[in-house]
Write a protein that binds this ligand. Structure first.
Ligand code: CA2
Length: 148
């Protein structure tokens, strides 16, 4: 059984505690449960992580690239949070690792401030999911499953 890595970046540990109008009321633990259900439905196991540290996210992407090359990982659903809009390092990590990555945002970043409209990750993503709330995680898992 292959694994899907769901990787969450800075401040996503605060989900459900503030800004419910933007991000909804569900916590990151709720998101993990939703992802576990979606992975099970598609015959994958789940590796669910969150870090507030850019280098930890870079290391996780490298590890994912090696696991995909070994045939044990199907790909990554990546909500890089604000690093989406700032991080050349994460762009390079995804590109250099060769991992299949779906970029995910809970909110519709294109309907928000201009600084959220640019993503360093979109050019190296297989696809981009934004604005579907936390249900987007399940949709992104289904999309990775469909990529075979
Ligand atoms: O919409 C998304 O998923 C984002 O990736 C979330 C990031 C934001 O910087 C991106 O532009 C869009 C922010 C995550 C912070 O989440 C919080 C949740 C609750 C309370 C405070 C922050």
């Amino acid at each position: 059984m292959k694994t899907i890595l769901v990787l969450n970046g800075p401040n996503l540990n605060l989900l459900g505690t503030r800004e419910p109008a933007v991000y909804g009321a569900q916590t990151l633990a709720d998101v993990e449960a939703l992802c576990a259900k979606a992975c099970a439905a598609h015959g994958f196991s789940l590796d669910f992580r969150q870090s507030n540290h850019e280098g930890v996210l870079v290391d996780a992407i490298h590890e994912a690239g090696r696991a995909q090359a070994d045939g044990t990982l199907a790909g990554v659903v990546f909500n890089a949070g604000a690093y989406t809009h700032t991080s050349v390092a994460l762009h390079d990590a995804v590109k250099g690792s060769g991992v299949s990555m779906i970029e995910l945002h809970i909110s519709n970043v294109h309907a928000r401030e201009a600084f959220r409209h640019h993503s360093y990750l979109s050019p190296v993503a297989k696809g981009v999911m934004a604005g579907f709330g936390v249900q987007g995680y399940a949709l992104a898992i289904a999309a990775l499953a469909g990529m075979g």
